[in-house]
Design a binder for this molecule. Sequence first.
Ligand code: GLU
Length: 282
Amino acid sequence: MAPITTRFAPSPTGGLHLGHAFAAWFAHDRARAAGGRFLLRLEDIDRTRCRPAFEAGIVEDLTWLGLAWDGPIRRQSDHFDDYRAALERLEGLGVLYPCFCTRAEIAAEIQAAGGAPQGPAGPLYPGTCRRLSPAERAVRLAEGGDHALRLDIGKALALAGGGLTWFDEKAGLQAARPELLGDVVLARKETPASYHLAVTVDDALQEITLVTRAIDLFPATHIHRLLQALLGLPTPCYHHHGLVMGEDGVRLAKRDKALTLAAMREAGETPAGLRASLGLAP
Ligand code: GLU
């Protein structure tokens, strides 16, 4: 067995930028330095935002950067059955509940309550649909209304037991604190999987041993660790690296068209020059 397996997992929702180049090189270099495997996964479950043209652009950009990945590309949209099976298992454990709330209803509920605890991505879900009685829930489901599936974090933690930990190469041993993210969505109205669910299932199915990604996803790992415990999946090692910032000190985003790798390529930049500017060894 290869000593380590890493992956680069972009979403084809726009052009890759310098931050993606850093993440891809980082994962690639770690695998290659150890004689391990480097995999490419396209996180394309959001069918409304992903485009084939962006996917082609990712392959073109990575090839230009000189990156070669092992095996075929894993496209998440080809694997909804895997995510459905994981949801069924969680459903069987009784840790999911249907959520019928719209974004506007959630915002109104939070305002009426005078606020809500803050999670890493904004206020936490106030638990409205968790408190529906079984009868109310049955009526709403029978009406056939659209709904998402949320993780009942209290029940899930009680079931998984305390003492869950995970290891980050930079930050060290972490006590898992999934409650920081609240009752996260695991399946959406229009998509039978969410980022948290798909990434946890895929990292296990692809036998990833070292998950490398940017620090903005550090809090998400608390939820992934809990899902691993509930689904009986192994826990990889993690390395959350820094974000590449623009000259204005603000993190790069897909909307910054001028800073895409495609634009840099056209402007005459070279992969070697970009590596040097990112502080990566030649
Ligand atoms: N698809 C995510 C992104 O493009 C990365 C997910 C991960 O590395 O876990 O930001």
